[in-house]
Write a protein that binds this ligand. Structure first.
Ligand code: C2E
Ligand code: MG
Ligand code: MG
Ligand code: MG
Length: 275
């Protein structure tokens, strides 16, 4: 009788030890595990034409599902990924997830796009253009359906970013400057950049009441003949102000938060039906 009880006890102790060890894992190991086991997934926030509220595309935003079912926002794990060299794996997962979950939807909507956030270090990864090309071919999608968002930091060293960005644009991807206005890009500097769209950072949309810098940022984009997407639109007042100043596109809680893929598809179908 004691033998089976002893065995059972050892198994139980082993299980408890495993759990404790898991808790003791370094943050890097936890993130790596989460990437491999796909606890990190992608939500989608609609981007609309401000004039008529019709969706033109969506931004892919990474989310980490916790054991208790809650979702962790990227600001809390992107920096960890940066410091621990996990950006290539994270970006790979996000790109694959976008195609796997929205490939069929994108096939049905050839005029719509998904934009994916890249880190400056992604531009140094030669495997990324190849991955994008392979998945576009596999799903029979146009490169114009996948846009790439890069923050101003990504343009800081043109000798590094220039060729990588040129490769992506030549492949047919639109390049967005993300969080525009928060970095150090000057007008003269921007003139020489190969980009398609400027995303006006949420902080400038929040500060609309003060109307000091935001008009200058908008004028800058217009002078460069670049289309604009305003981030973080929450109120009707912000929407009216942005439209008056000629900002064409936007995203924000006024329209929708970032949604899980299935909910996003429902939202999009309703929006496109004009509901
Ligand atoms: P971002 O690219 O500037 O994305 C916009 C952020 O603003 C998102 O935060 C979005 O949820 C939030 N937002 C949009 N509309 C509103 C609004 O009306 N009100 C408020 N309060 N917030 C709004 P999120 O998803 O937490 O992402 C934060 C940042 O993390 C992103 O900023 C992006 O830089 C980065 N990020 C997200 N996903 C990825 C990813 O897959 N890869 C990389 N490298 N970075 C990512
Ligand atoms: Mg972005
Ligand atoms: Mg942004
Ligand atoms: Mg941002």
């Amino acid at each position: 009788i004691w033998l089976p009880i002893g065995l059972l006890m050892s198994v139980l102790i082993a299980l408890v030890l495993l759990r404790v060890l898991h808790r003791l894992q370094s943050p890097r190991a936890q993130l790596q595990d989460a990437i491999h086991s796909r606890e990190i997934t992608v939500f989608y926030q609609p981007i609309v034409a401000l004039g008529n509220g019709r969706m033109v595309g969506a931004e892919a935003l990474a989310r980490w599902q916790q054991k208790d079912g809650s979702w962790l926002a990227p600001d809390s794990f992107i920096p960890l990924a940066q410091h621990s060299g996990l950006i290539p794996q994270l970006t790979h997962l996000v790109v694959e997830t976008v195609f796997e979950t929205l490939g069929p939807w994108l096939q049905r909507h050839p005029e719509h796009h998904i934009s994916i956030n890249l880190e400056p270090s992604d531009l140094l990864n030669p495997a990324l253009p190849a991955l994008l090309a392979r998945l576009l071919e596999l799903w029979q999608l146009s490169p114009s359906q996948i846009a790439l968002e890069i923050t101003e930091r990504g343009f800081a060293d043109p000798a590094v970013s220039g060729p990588a960005i040129a490769t992506l644009r030549e492949a047919g991807h639109a390049i967005y400057i993300d969080d525009f206005g928060t970095g150090y890009c000057s007008l003269s500097y921007l003139q020489n950049l190969d980009v398609d769209i400027i995303k006006i950072d949420k902080s400038f949309v929040d500060a609309l009441e003060f109307k000091t810098v935001t008009p200058h940022i908008i004028e800058m984009a217009k002078a460069l003949r670049l289309a604009m997407v305003a981030e973080g639109i929450e109120t009707e007042g912000q929407l009216q102000w942005l439209t008056r100043y000629g900002v064409e596109y936007g995203q924000g809680w006024l329209y929708s938060k970032a949604l899980p893929a299935e909910e996003f598809v429902r939202w999009a179908e309703n929006n496109l039906r004009g509901a």
